[in-house]
Design a protein around this ligand. Sequence first.
Ligand code: BMA
Length: 293
Amino acid sequence: MKLQRYAGNPVLAPVPEHAWESRTVFNCGAAQTDGAVVLLYRAQGTTSDVSRLGFAVSTDGFQFSRLDQPVFEPAGETETWGVEDARLTRIDDRWHMLYTAWSSLGIQVAMASTTDFFGWQRHGIVLPGPDNKDAALFPERIDGRYVMFHRIPPDIWLAYSDDLTHWGDYRKIMEPRPGNWDGLKIGAGGPPLKTDQGWLCIYHGVSPERVYRLGVVLLDLDDPSRVINWPTDAILEPNESWELEGDVPNVVFTCGTAELGDDYFVYYGGADKVIGVATVNKLQLLRFAANGS
Ligand code: BMA
């Protein structure tokens, strides 16, 4: 079972005329609102490594219009080297974004929230401590508590909170599988997708050769620390020229999925330089996640 690439990929690429996004446009969070797909994508210019977040919107999931200014930029001492890899989750009437805040203070998970993607409330670092990233919020409380994925290298963990601000009860749920394509490290993709059989989760795995691929796992609805099934095979691996070569070679990396009709639309960075989309029938992916070996 593999995701199907859109023939018109990549859907977003750097814009040479815009200093802030002239070099790379990649890993993007996805949101669905008012019949549109919104992407908040990571972008870098040619003169520095600092990442900002740009805004793109589409009604069909393939053709995007974008703004010529970033909508979220580094602020404060924890973000001096950039804001990266946004994951978006709607909780009640607000969109919550978990992202990587990078500075000399470390690689940390920060949160900001918005109702419109333009005005932001910053909530600061939510997982203080050692380096951590690849965080994504579940879309609802489970047993009364908020839940997020995070990644203390090289594993995928959960954290829990009563108020979205104070997080604890860290639990490791998945480890890299030595000898497999995800043998070096793993991290969550976008927020989990709720299905009647469990939380369907697309994640990235890295091999010792530093090839980034995507895989899928099914977690228990009532207790997401319990893995129901974890297929061995990857569902997307670098193959196209723009996935094999770019700013960092051999990378497909996702931070968000949209649901359009019967399909999931998986948005992903190709070689840390452009953005592509690959689709899959929802039931087919769920069947694979539930039964694939
Ligand atoms: C990870 C993150 C991602 C990036 C990937 C490949 O550590 O920094 O943003 O896509 O490496 O370079």
